[in-house]
Design a protein around this ligand. Structure first.
Ligand code: PLP
Length: 439
């Protein structure tokens, strides 16, 4: 028994999918203690958009430490924080004509979500929040109440209340207008749904299976929120920072959410950092009313500032990102056609795409097989039916292609084994029949 299973809690998750001890990593390649190399299509669940140990970000962090820069400063003003806010305003907010105030929360995504819904409830003096089916927003109690997945919810130990779950885009198939349904629930004073403080949405559902809302659906949602005077919160913790193709996942919908949460890839280096953005008129917080010892991880400010300067100051990165997304799309469409027996469907956008299997067991086997071949990739979705490609956005085209080759190989093996198993079972069934007839 190894030290992990002996001493570390059974709550461990990813270690079971990737049973090795990782030691070093660079951009999209992980290396384990036995010096086996793996292509990383998980990228810290979307935390490493700029790859592992990006040399420019690493150098900025090292320089800052060597100069005795402030590492921990509560929410005091520091030079590192100033540089981040200035850079964020210059390269992210201004070019997109977004007017937001910034609230740095505790370091993880769930902290940002808690702050966002607390603010929305305080501003509107309403208790209810509407979240969507298959949404994932974190596992602390407030965020958990917004999360759809039963596995996470049943661990709460208390009742999860004050949230109504509405049907996400496409939940009942493409023909059902889920915005019209929601509008009816909000308009009908006898629907039983209390007017919510906010509606929280992921434009692409990361953990929920790469379900994607169209720009039109998002526009309609935004209009609906305005009509009913409900705050719109976009949880961009996973789909943001470039993952879905643009810095914010809602950009192409041309909407202006009231509140936005960011975390995962915000620091750019895998350092914990979270941020809530909200319209200035919503800033009703009293000083120190919502706090946290680790608000403002200054080392993360340094890498976040450098990441924005390096990747978001001009169009180059986004152009390459669009090309890589198209490459993944076309290769996944090809995979869908190549294995008709697996009944695959193509999901997602940007560099958060994947394939959904009709049979979730096969998706699971594909990730196991992929790992054996040297590819780290996970499933998502309510039944774990979606194999999800989440490579660093900085992955070299060659490595990206190689990773998809390995994935194709893994699917091929699993599909062949499955067909073989099915043939065997039909053969043995007819054998049994034959034997029955003989005896
Ligand atoms: C990961 C995630 C969270 C929670 O972030 P943590 O850092 O794990 O607390 C919230 N919302 C979305 C959309 C996420 O993907």
């Amino acid at each position: 028994m190894n030290i992990f299973s002996r001493l570390e809690s059974e709550v461990r998750g990813y270690i079971h999918s990737f049973p090795t001890v990782f030691k070093t990593a660079k951009n999209a390649v992980l290396v384990d203690e036995k010096n086996k190399h793996y292509i990383d299509f998980l990228a810290g669940a979307g935390t490493l958009n700029y790859g592992h140990n990006n040399p420019v970000l690493k150098q900025a962090a090292i320089d800052y430490l060597m100069q005795d820069g402030i590492v921990h400063g509560l929410d005091m003003a520091t030079s590192a924080k100033k540089a981040f806010i200035e850079t964020f305003e210059q390269y992210i907010l201004k070019p997109r004509a977004l007017d937001y105030k910034l609230q740095f929360t505790g370091p993880t995504g769930t902290n940002a979500v808690e702050a966002a819904i607390k603010l929305a409830r305080n501003v509107t003096k309403r208790h209810n929040i509407i979240a969507f089916t298959n949404g994932f927003h974190g596992v602390s109690l407030g965020a958990l109440s917004l999360t759809g997945n039963q596995k996470f919810r049943e661990a709460a130990g208390v009742e999860l209340g004050n949230v109504h779950h509405a049907a996400y885009a496409g939940y009942f198939g493409d023909d059902v207008d889920t915005i019209a349904m929601l509008d009816k629930l909000l308009t009908d004073r006898s629907s039983g749904v209390d007017l919510p403080a906010a509606i929280i949405v992921e434009c692409v559902q990361g953990e929920g299976g790469l379900n994607t809302a169209s720009m039109q659906w998002l526009k309609k949602l935004s209009t609906l929120c305005k009509q009913h005077k409900i705050l719109l919160i976009v949880d961009d913790i996973q789909a943001g920072c470039g993952r879905s193709g643009s810095f914010f996942s809602f950009e192409k919908a041309e909407i202006y959410p009231d509140i936005v949460t960011l975390s995962k890839s915000l620091s750019g280096f895998g350092l914990p950092m979270s941020l809530v953005l909200f319209k200035p008129s919503l800033d009703i917080w009293k000083s120190g009313q919502h706090n946290g010892t680790f608000r403002g991880n200054n080392l993360a400010f340094v890498t976040a500032t450098t990441a924005i300067q390096k990747f978001w100051a001009d169009q180059k990165f986004q152009t390459e990102l669009a090309q890589k997304s198209e490459l993944v799309s076309s290769r996944l469409r090809h995979i869908v056609q190549k294995f008709p027996e697996a009944e695959l469907t193509h999901r997602g956008r940007g560099l958060m795409q994947g394939v959904a299997f009709r049979n979730p067991d096969l998706a699971d086997e594909v990730t196991t097989q992929a790992f054996n071949l040297g590819l780290v990739i996970e499933t998502s979705g309510s039944r774990g039916e979606v194999v999800k490609l989440l490579p660093p956005l900085t992955i070299e085209n060659e490595t990206l292609e190689k990773g998809i080759d390995l994935l194709t190989q893994a699917i091929e093996q699993v599909v062949q084994d499955d067909t073989h198993a099915k043939t065997l079972s039909t053969q043995s069934k007819s054998m049994n029949k034959l034997q029955g007839a003989v005896s």
